[in-house]
Structure formats: C-alpha cells, structure tokens
Write a protein that binds this ligand. Structure first.
Ligand SMILES: Cc1cc2nc3c(=O)[nH]c(=O)nc-3n(C[C@H](O)[C@H](O)[C@H](O)COP(=O)(O)O)c2cc1C
Length: 177
C-alpha cells in the first residue's frame, strides 16, 4: 500500500510524530511518503492518507486546512486516518491531569475533520499531546497555560502513537484484502 503521511507543524512536534508514523508504516511493509501538507498538490497516487496538524486556537493550522480545500476532489472516497497534535492528547497532556480530563470531554473536533469526513472515508481521528516551549504562547496565552497547570517540554506518548499506527497498518491491510 502506498501511503502519504502529510503534516502541518508550527514548531516541529507534529513533524516528529509524522516521522514516527511514516517509519512505523515502512517497517510494517508499506511505502510511506512524508510530506508537509503545504507542498501536497495531489494525492492521487496514494491508496491511504494519514494526515495531521498541530492545533492552534482549537483548529488545524491554516496550511493544513488550505491543503484540504485544494485537494478536495482528490479526497473523494479515499481512506483517511487523521491526527491532531495539541496540549491534550488521548493519553497524555501538557496540562494538569484534571484540566486534561475536562478538556477531553468538552473539546470538539477541529473543523478540518468535518471537511475530511464529508469528502473522504475517515477511519479514525486521534488527539496526541505535543510539545510546548517557553515563549511559544504569546502574552495572555502563557498566563492561561500556567493557570491550567501547564508544564513546558514534551508530552508525546510514543506508546499511544505506535499503537495507533499499528491500527493504521492493520486497517489498511484489511482494505487491501
Ligand atoms: C499560538 C498557539 C496556539 C495554540 N492553541 C492551542 C489550542 O487551542 N489548544 C491546544 O490544546 N493547544 C494549543 N496549542 C499548543 C500546540 O497545539 C502544541 O504546542 C503542539 O505540540 C504544537 O505542535 P507543533 O510543535 O507541531 O507546532 C497552541 C500553541 C500555540 C503556539
């Protein structure tokens, strides 16, 4: 199976996750091309798309959202797995455990997921926690981050990410029959 692992990142942690996903898919016998979504003009040559973006203000980065609009017709009927990288992942978080539990309950999917779901065959979307460094949040954002028990550093849960990729690899093989 030929797979595109497309990502959008501001500070690099989403790219790191995309690299891990591409490497794991290659190990599982897929051909996986890693690309910044901003430079993806077509996806016609791929059987499966794995796409993900960093979250800013609750949404995928503009470069990722623009790419989905641009690729719209190519997405029709295609198998897509999606991930979002934010302060709070399904199994780990940059915020306090209590705040993370609350946010997991109330945070809606980014709008880009609606675009994807209306165009393509989306299998699963998962949130992963990323990385934050002092200075990444401007002004008031930094204060809110601290009030929510935020800690700087990385909170990527590689075990969770690896488990999700294993599901991608297995799901794609099922599709291939
Ligand atoms: C300007 C800005 C806005 C952000 N907005 C959110 C947000 O709304 N929700 C959230 O959970 N995390 C938010 N974050 C945290 C990022 O999603 C997190 O740091 C992620 O790992 C960034 O990925 P990247 O390193 O690939 O850019 C924000 C970070 C920045 C710098």
């Amino acid at each position: 199976m030929r797979t595109l692992v497309g990502y959008a990142t501001a500070k690099g942690s989403t790219r790191g996750i995309a690299e891990r996903i591409a490497a794991a898919l290659e190990q599982a016998g897929h051909t996986a091309d890693l690309k910044n979504l901003a430079s993806a003009d077509t996806v016609r040559e791929y059987d499966v798309l794995v796409v993900g973006s960093a979250i800013h203000n609750g949404q995928w980065l503009p470069g990722a959202a623009d790419a989905l609009d641009r690729l719209g017709p190519d997405l029709a009927g295609r198998t897509v797995w999606a991930f979002s990288v934010s302060s709070v992942g399904a199994t780990s978080s940059l915020l306090s455990p209590r705040v993370a539990r609350y946010l997991r309950r109330v945070t809606p999917e980014p709008q880009a997921m609606q675009t994807l779901r209306s165009a393509a065959d989306v299998r699963r979307h998962r949130f992963f926690a990323g990385t934050i460094s002092p200075g990444d949040w401007p002004g008031i954002g930094r204060v809110v981050f601290r009030l929510m028990g935020g800690h700087y550093g990385h909170a990527r849960d590689w075990t969770d990410i690896d488990g999700w990729v294993a599901a991608v690899a297995a799901g794609s093989e099922d599709d291939a029959g």
